[in-house]
Design a protein around this ligand. Sequence first.
Ligand code: GLU
Length: 477
Amino acid sequence: MTAVRTRFAPSPTGALHLGGLRTALYNWLYARRHGGEFFLRIEDTDRQRSSEAHTQGLVEALRSFGLDLDGAPVLQSSRVERHQEVARELLKRGFAYRCYCSPDELAAMREEQRARGEDPRYDGRCRERRASRQGVDPVIRFRRPDIKEVVVRDWLHGEVRYQNSQLDDLVLLRANGSPTYHLSCVADDHDMGVRQVIRGDDHLNNTPRQLQLIQALGWEPPQYCHLPLLLAPDGKKLSKRDEATDALSYLRSGYLPEAVLNYLARLGWSRGDREIFSMSELIECFGREGLGASASRLNPDKLKWISQQHMKAAPAARLVEGLARQLERLGLDPEGGPPLAAVAEAWRERAETLADMAEAARWAYAAEIELDERAARKVLRPAAREPLVAVREALAELADWTAADIHACVETVAERCGVSFGKLGQPLRVAVTGGPVSPPIDATLFLAGRSATLRRLDRALAHIDKRIAAAATPAAG
Ligand code: GLU
């Protein structure tokens, strides 16, 4: 059986985007599923576009999503000497040659090819050159083998045949000695012992070139899997600049990492019609057989739905940490209100994200609340005054501030005042939370705490008094 060693090989030219995270996830899941290893290789040879900050960002992002690495990240730029050594080896064995063509010469060659209606490609004119050219630093080119076709075997695409005539003698080392992408990629995968290359579809057409290099070096090719693209909800190509493609933005907006990963796992992989998987279930179920070959569109509604299922199932401790962060984002002090675990319990069934939860619980942490105008007009009416006064008194005297005692107290007062539980509950809710929606009234008051409850009830009563006074004053004019 083939050993399992996968890698994620991003270029550090920006934040980790959703497509990259999905590629990383599939590699990680495949490795974890088979007890193999998962590596990170930072492809930072393009010094102009790469940055240390982005490298750190990628490492951090994978960590935030819980995709742990085997071994330290490999920096491709640190392996340049090894890439040069591989190029020299190919040169020595006749699989590569020095090419002295100048940029002008290459441009003229392409021009002629175009004029003849051919696809421009290097025609191999330096293949048999023996002598060097004075003052010209040559590039080193791969001498592609004289065979008819190259066959790429891919998990998703099956056998893909490339005519050798479609390929050309690719540059391995530039004139300044720097290695090109194909050489670095092939040498690194080999040295890292990578056995499965799971990457984006955009690399499928690179594979025949890489395979030819691997064969020339006498190495064993890895297995290939080229994943279809992720598309925007409207079916268009995803733009990397689009905010919605920044993977970490989903954590900032209050999605649990496991919800985002569950969602991404299902964009391109399935197991029957099952939608919800915990991380350990994903590891258990993930396999080649469930991979799909067609492009998937992002679907924000589905992400929300999956998120909600994970919110319901998450252990309280998991919600607490994220909730605290979201409250801070709202400028609220997570310590300045009810215990976070109680809030998490009260909202886990109804919140789609931790951000929703924090927003909904804002009133429990804010020093003061705003009354929602519509809700106040509807329920803080003169008729609510008497039951509210009565319940305020009873609540002030309640021995223990527990949900059960609060419930009993509200029930007794409602009965005494001859109103239904709901008729008293709704004005109470608007008085204490400012709005018409919150957990059951006993839980709501418990979370608000006694002193905030009484203070806000006084404010609501003042509001009602103002209404009564305004009704008694004849309108001007
Ligand atoms: N660095 C390439 C990219 O970011 C990936 C190359 C590979 O996976 O082989 O698209």
